[in-house]
Design a protein around this ligand. Structure first.
Ligand SMILES: C[S@@+](CC[C@H](N)C(=O)[O-])C[C@H]1O[C@@H](n2cnc3c(N)ncnc32)[C@H](O)[C@@H]1O
Length: 242
């Protein structure tokens, strides 16, 4: 039977409520930036999820396909679709192929970190490169590891503390592995999730891109294309295939 990974039916059911509420202005900036990068050509989204970005891209006139591990997440996407269905291949973005030569492959919302080994992250870059037409681009959006916030030897960093949500990340600087731990509370119940990740510095991602035959083109700190600097908490990085 197919394994949906950490984004099973229960997580998929609440994903848009818990994670999908991105500021509409940021979604617009994301879509504008991505369609500019695609230059009118086809876009492939790795880990397309519930279509948080893919559906607004389609609404903006982009041609989009997707690869996604979790069939439960894709079922949520299908419930929201109002246009002809996006072609989605269910499978692992490190190995799964979908037909087409794309202008842009995208992997947003920290999802490169869902691949918990360096080998898997390299394989993801290689699979992105395989799907790109000459001149095509691979873009990732992910966090800058927030290790400067941790006192020496400490591992836990709280990032949410509200009446409905507690969140704590737990970092191991020896392995570059971390887990993101959430408790979501409603009047009736609470749910706990813990998902493993691997962080890497932008320089390590540049090396992965080089191994995959991609060249660095842009690095921004947000979708408005603000410069990346030492205060940036995330990066949007773009590499190009010759
Ligand atoms: C944080 S969500 C992001 C979903 C969507 N891109 C968005 O921006 O809302 C992470 C997604 O990555 C998917 N995923 C995790 N590992 C994957 C893998 N190895 N191959 C394909 N999809 C994967 C999960 O199933 C989940 O849908």
């Amino acid at each position: 039977m197919h394994d949906d990974g950490y984004f099973d039916e229960q997580v998929a059911r609440t994903y848009d409520r818990d994670h999908g509420g991105t500021d509409p202005a940021e979604i617009r900036q994301t879509v504008t930036c991505l369609t500019d990068l695609a230059g009118g050509g086809p876009i492939l989204e790795f880990a397309i999820g519930t279509g948080r970005i893919a559906l607004p891209l389609v609404d903006h006139g982009a041609q989009v396909k997707g690869i996604e591990l979790s069939s439960a997440m894709v079922r949520r996407l299908r419930e929201k679709e109002t246009k002809p269905p996006i072609e989605v291949a269910i499978g692992d973005m490190t190995t799964t192929r979908i037909e087409g030569a794309f202008s842009l492959v995208i992997l947003v919302f920290n999802t490169i970190d869902n691949l918990t080994t360096q080998d898997a992250q390299i394989a993801c870059f290689q699979n992105a490169a395989r799907h790109l037409a000459p001149g095509g681009r691979f873009v990732i959006e992910t966090l800058v590891p927030p290790l400067q916030k941790l006192p020496f030897g400490e591992t836990k960093l709280a990032f949410a503390n509200s009446a409905t949500h507690f969140g704590i990340d737990d970092f191991d600087v020896a392995t570059q592995c971390y887990s993101s731990n959430h408790v979501w509370m409603t009047d009736a119940s609470h749910t706990h999730t813990s998902i493993p990740f691997r962080y890497a510095w932008p320089s390590e991602f540049d090396l992965m891109a080089k191994i995959a035959g991609l060249k660095p083109e842009f690095r921004w700190s947000n979708w408005d294309r603000a410069p990346f600097d030492r205060f940036s908490t995330k990066h949007i990085s773009v590499w190009r295939k010759d």
